[in-house]
Design a binder for this molecule. Structure first.
Ligand code: ZN
Length: 220
């Protein structure tokens, strides 16, 4: 049974946010997906998100955030910067975009409030956070408080993947009956290859490892 009316999902068309989108569809009567165009190297990411939203009848908005790329060039937006193959020992990997999740959630919150929506869903995970500080629970809680104070409103930022790893995210997709959708139609790869991707970039490695582990465990 759906317990709430509406939610806004931050949606990139990748494994995590797509799993969250389908999770939200089970919980809410209406789900609105928001993607951000910040000059991603791979336009396919936005195309992939738009195609999924259309196929499953989800209202979808793409907001322009090119300023983010101008201010914080990184390996996801600039072809001259090669994506680090592995996370560095210290600091953030060069695929990290300073402020990205804060900016995304802030714009999603502004959008949501205009429609009287309080619930914001994001697929961040502290378990697989790959050195991204803005995927941590403490950050999300802090931003939730800040947004409430900023707009005098009771936002509820929900993070269904916060404490689970990629293996469990695959399990969640399977429970939701969308394992195949995630496997074939989402884009996680830093090299812009849909489905299981290039197999070499950090995002593909993490995704594949989780999938293999889940399938092994499922067979038992
Ligand atoms: Zn890849």
């Amino acid at each position: 049974m759906k317990n709430k009316r509406q939610a806004v999902v931050i949606f990139s068309g990748g494994q995590d946010s797509t799993t969250c989108l389908f999770w939200a569809r089970k919980q809410y009567e209406e789900v609105i997906a928001i993607s951000f165009d910040y000059g991603q190297r791979h336009r396919k990411e936005l195309e992939c998100a738009a195609a999924l939203a259309e196929e499953y009848g989800v209202e979808h908005h793409i907001l322009d955030l090119h300023l983010l790329n101008e201010l914080a060039p990184n390996s996801l937006t600039r072809s001259e910067i090669t994506v680090d193959p592995d996370a560095p020992e210290t600091g953030t990997p060069n695929s990290f975009v300073d402020g990205r999740n804060m900016v995304f959630l802030t714009y999603a919150a502004i959008f949501a409030k205009q429609r009287g929506i309080t619930d914001l869903i994001t697929g961040v995970s502290q378990s697989d956070f790959s050195g991204y500080p803005d995927c941590r629970d403490v950050f999300i809680k802090s931003l939730n408080t800040t947004l409430n104070l900023a707009m005098d409103y009771e936002f509820d930022i929900r993070t269904p993947l916060m404490w689970i790893d990629k293996e469990a995210t695959w399990a969640m997709a399977d429970d939701l009956g969308i394992l195949d959708v995630i496997y074939r139609k989402t884009l996680t790869c830093y090299n812009g290859i849909i489905g299981q991707g290039c197999g070499n970039c950090p995002a593909c490695k993490l995704r594949q490892k989780g999938y293999d582990r889940y399938m092994q465990q499922k067979k038992k």
